[in-house]
Design a protein around this ligand. Structure first.
Ligand SMILES: Nc1ncnc2c1ncn2[C@@H]1O[C@H](COP(=O)(O)OP(=O)(O)O)[C@@H](O)[C@H]1O
Ligand SMILES: [Mg+2]
Length: 131
C-alpha cells in the first residue's frame, strides 16, 4: 500500500527561480493497482516519482509505504522498500552485467548480502522460464 498525503514541493524557494512543482498531492494505491500518471511537460510527474524514491526531500506531507512512514528516509534507505525503472535505460541497471544478473540483484533487494557467487543455478533456470 502506497499512501501519499498532501505532499508539496517547491524548488529554489525564495529565489527568482522559485517553482512550485507539487501542491498538496495525494494518492492512495493498493497492492496490484496499476496506475498511469499523465500530464503535460513540467506538470510534476517526475517530481512526484522523485519524491517517492527520496531523490529530493518533500516540503510537507507524508509518504507511507506498507505502513512505514518513508517521508524522511534518504534515497538509499528507501531502496529497501521500492524499486524503480528509469526512462533512461542506462540508469538503474548495471550495463556490464547480464540481464539475469541484474534480475538477481533486484531479487535480493532489502536482503543482507555477503560475498558469494551472484546468481544460483536454480535462479538461472527460473529466469530462463520467465524470459
Ligand atoms: N531539480 C529541479 N530543480 C528546479 N526545478 C525543477 C527540478 N525538477 C523539476 N523542476 C521543475 O518542476 C516542474 C515539474 O517538473 P517535472 O516533475 O520534471 O515535470 P514532468 O515530469 O511532469 O514533465 C517544472 O517546472 C520543472 O522545471
Ligand atoms: Mg518527467
Amino acid at each position: 500500500m502506497l499512501k501519499i498525503s498532501n505532499v508539496s514541493k517547491t524548488f529554489n524557494i525564495g529565489t527568482i527561480n522559485e517553482k512550485k512543482a507539487l501542491r498538496n498531492i495525494s494518492l492512495h494505491l493498493e497492492p496490484e493497482d496499476f496506475v498511469t500518471i499523465i500530464g503535460g511537460n513540467g506538470a510534476g510527474k517526475s517530481t512526484m516519482l522523485n519524491m517517492i524514491a527520496g531523490v529530493y526531500p518533500i516540503d510537507s506531507g507524508v509518504i507511507d509505504l506498507d505502513g512505514v512512514n518513508i517521508s524522511r528516509l534518504p534515497e538509499y534507505a528507501r531502496a529497501k522498500y521500492l524499486g524503480r525503472v528509469f526512462q533512461d535505460p542506462m540508469r538503474g541497471t548495471a550495463a556490464d552485467m547480464e540481464i539475469q544478473e541484474n534480475l538477481a540483484l533486484a531479487l535480493r533487494r532489502g536482503q543482507s548480502r555477503g560475498l558469494r557467487w551472484g546468481i544460483s543455478g536454480e535462479e538461472k533456470e527460473q529466469y530462463k522460464k520467465l524470459l
